[in-house]
Write a protein that binds this ligand. Structure first.
Ligand SMILES: [Zn+2]
Length: 303
């Protein structure tokens, strides 16, 4: 079933069509600028895709169906390298304590943080992800959404939410719930596609993040993200763009979805394999994802 929704940031119902992707409309709120899918699948239907296939998906490999990961578990080494960089940045703000990772997938970040002395907990809506994290990595992971868990007030020093908020059906309520469970002065780190980035604006409906309308229901710019955080009681400390470690071969294969001329990219990709460079690791930052660090303000404002 499809449902129509008002703007999650300002409550208005006044939109302009930005793109039609596979029959789904990505709209811009004329009042505040937030981009969202409207109408959209109801939450229970949206959640059906987070099966094992989501983490190992032929459709995304072939560029046929835009959701999920090529092979998330096989990419563990690159994901860990990426997460190590992110954890180092977090530790510049908060050096230790209790950390919650919302949408923790298979738990790779939680395992890393635990190895550095953090006391960790995860939430995950995917049964496959939660089970992997629990059974293979011995992590404490709650199956379900954050708002369904009823965690204690001010229980965490750090909350991370990477590649998740664009999937959440009520991000404003999610941020308010994070505010409730973070201690005064605690840190929130969010990563999400940057709809205001140059690549997003140049590619329009061809931008891979827009093409993921089966899983993404909101698209933020730095401005709309900052405004939502402010309304939820956070002080934005810093924006930066988020990169990721890749092997060169698979990175080139993905690049064809970002370029106008797939034939040129395919030819270059073939050479990468011929020259034996496909397993060389590179760190890619196409500036298409934002990381935001925000501090939780108390009732008397931010310290
Ligand atoms: Zn709005």
């Amino acid at each position: 079933m499809l449902e129509r929704v008002n703007c999650n940031l300002c409550g208005a119902d006044n939109t302009a069509l930005v793109a039609d992707v596979d029959g789904f409309h990505i709209v811009r709120c004329r009042n505040c600028g937030l981009l969202y899918v409207n109408p959209r699948w109801q939450e229970d239907v949206l959640r059906e895709i987070y099966t094992e296939t989501y983490y190992d998906h032929d459709g995304i490999r072939n560029g046929l169906e835009f959701f999920g990961y090529d092979n998330y578990v096989a990419d563990e080494d690159n994901i860990k390298i990426t997460f190590e960089r992110r954890l180092k940045t977090i530790e510049r703000y908060v050096s230790n304590g209790r950390l919650l990772d919302i949408g923790c997938a298979t738990g790779f970040f939680l395992a890393l943080a635990r190895s550095k002395g953090w006391d960790v907990l995860g939430t995950e809506v995917s049964q496959f992800g939660a089970q992997y994290a629990r059974e293979k990595l011995g992590l404490d992971v709650c199956l379900g959404t954050l708002r369904g868990l009823g965690l204690a007030d001010e229980a965490f020093d750090v909350v991370t939410m990477w590649d998740v908020i664009e999937h959440v059906t009520d991000p404003m309520a999610e941020l308010r719930e994070i505010h409730r469970i973070l201690r005064d002065g605690g840190l929130l780190s969010i990563i999400t596609p940057d709809a205001g980035s140059l690549v997003a604006r140049l590619l329009g409906k061809r931008w891979e993040e827009f093409r993921r309308v089966r899983e993404h229901v909101y698209f933020f710019s730095r401005r709309t993200m900052a405004e939502m955080l402010r309304q939820a009681g956070f002080d934005v400390l810093k924006f930066e763009s988020a990169g990721k470690a890749f092997y060169l071969g698979p990175a080139m294969e993905r690049l064809k979805y970002y370029t106008w001329d797939g034939a040129v990219t395919s030819a270059v990709t073939q050479w990468v394999y011929k020259l034996g460079l496909s397993n060389k690791r590179i760190y890619v930052n196409p500036l298409t994802k934002m990381t935001v660090y925000a501090r939780r303000c108390g009732p008397d404002g931010c310290r």
